[in-house]
Design a protein around this ligand. Structure first.
Ligand SMILES: Nc1ncnc2c1ncn2[C@@H]1O[C@H](COP(=O)(O)OP(=O)(O)O)[C@@H](O)[C@H]1O
Ligand SMILES: [Mg+2]
Length: 337
């Protein structure tokens, strides 16, 4: 099969590290596809340059690793939307969940309307927060991911601290979300299509004294930092089976509401003292690197990295088959006499 691996081609402003981070995953996917007998070609996407589209249209499958253009995540939506128009099967989620999940306020509103447990949230408009908003509260940028803007001061226990934090955040981000803080254990649930992977937990046992147990920017990106060492993933999660069942059921419902069980993704949740799971967010097309969360869950399911990549391909091809069967059922191939 001719497969195009699509990725953000970056720009002159990118550091060698930025390029290496993208290319490491691109190359390991290429290796996995080659080993399975496919013919992958690497196609970078650059701003204002549409040659990628011409090449994608000739492929049997697009393996979409493009998380933005030039590092700008908002362009990820446009690339996926354009892929949808081509009709070429592509891996991962459709345009809709990706666009929606780039705005936490919109995603939370849809999840809550779908009957899912979402911690109370509000957009801090002009630094006005309802006087009775529950504390502690966490403050996060509305339109970022990967823990951008989340550090040790993100959780506020007093109204004064909250007002101050929101004001500081509004200096850096256009929109800021305030959300009720859920103490308790944090879990991640991965999906490929409608298949749920083994549940993973982030353990905060070794978090530095006095820090809130949350996944901060340092925890995610500063390897070896105290916050990185204090956030340890454990997969499969060790928890009572009824707790895992509840987490799985809520995550599955959220994945269905948001992504229609298509593509691959990760649902992040927390469980409060009463055992109630709360949705923190749905991540369509999370990092597919061999050292990231989804690959860890795949390993717990018994797959090596190549098998994970092939599961992602298989889900895409199954979806394409279902779509063409549905189209054939609606349009008669010959006009009856
Ligand atoms: N409502 C919340 N209650 C408790 N912790 C939270 C809440 N929202 C976010 N966090 C913490 O902050 C981290 C990052 O928040 P998240 O909403 O997942 O944003 P991002 O898109 O940056 O990953 C989470 O993994 C969790 O540790
Ligand atoms: Mg998250």
């Amino acid at each position: 099969m001719r497969a195009v691996i699509l990725y953000d081609g970056g720009s002159d402003e990118w550091s060698a590290q930025d390029v290496a981070a993208v290319m490491a995953n691109v190359r390991e996917v290429r290796t996995a596809l080659r080993r399975a007998g496919h013919e992958p070609v690497l196609v970078p996407v650059h701003l204002g340059d549409f040659r990628w589209l011409t090449r994608a249209r000739k492929a049997d499958l697009v393996f979409n690793l493009c998380e933005g253009i030039n590092g700008k995540a908002r362009y990820e939506d446009f690339v996926v939307g354009t892929l949808e128009l081509t009709g070429v099967p592509f891996t991962g989620c459709r345009h809709w969940p990706i666009a929606v999940c780039h705005r936490k306020y919109v995603a939370n509103t849809l999840l809550a309307a779908g009957g899912l447990p979402v911690p109370a949230f509000t957009l801090a408009q002009g630094n006005k927060i309802p006087a009775d908003f529950p504390l502690p509260a966490i403050v996060k940028p509305n339109a970022e991911d990967a823990s951008v803007g989340i550090d040790r001061d993100a959780v506020c226990a007093t109204r004064r601290a909250l007002r101050k934090r929101v004001a500081t955040m509004l200096e850096h981000f256009d929109e800021v979300l305030v959300q009720a803080y859920i103490g308790g254990r944090e879990f991640n649930v991965g999906f490929i299509g409608d298949r749920m992977l083994p549940i993973s937990e982030i353990r905060f046992d070794r978090m530095p004294e006095g820090s809130w147990p949350i996944v901060t920017y340092a925890a995610k990106w500063h390897a070896g930092s105290a916050e990185d060492m204090g956030t340890q993933p454990v997969c499969p999660a060790q928890a009572p089976s009824d707790m895992l069942r509840r987490i799985g059921a809520v995550a599955r419902h959220a994945w269905h509401v948001m992504a229609n069980d298509e593509g691959y993704g990760r649902v992040d949740l927390r469980v409060d003292e009463q055992g109630q799971p709360w949705i923190l967010e749905v991540n369509p097309c999370p990092d597919l690197s061999s050292d990231a969360g989804l690959a860890r869950m795949g390993r717990a399911a018994g797959w090596n990295y190549d098998e994970l990549v092939l599961q992602v391909v298989e889900e895409t091809l199954n979806r394409a088959r279902r779509a063409s069967a549905a189209a054939a059922a609606q349009v008669p191939s010959s006009i009856p006499a």
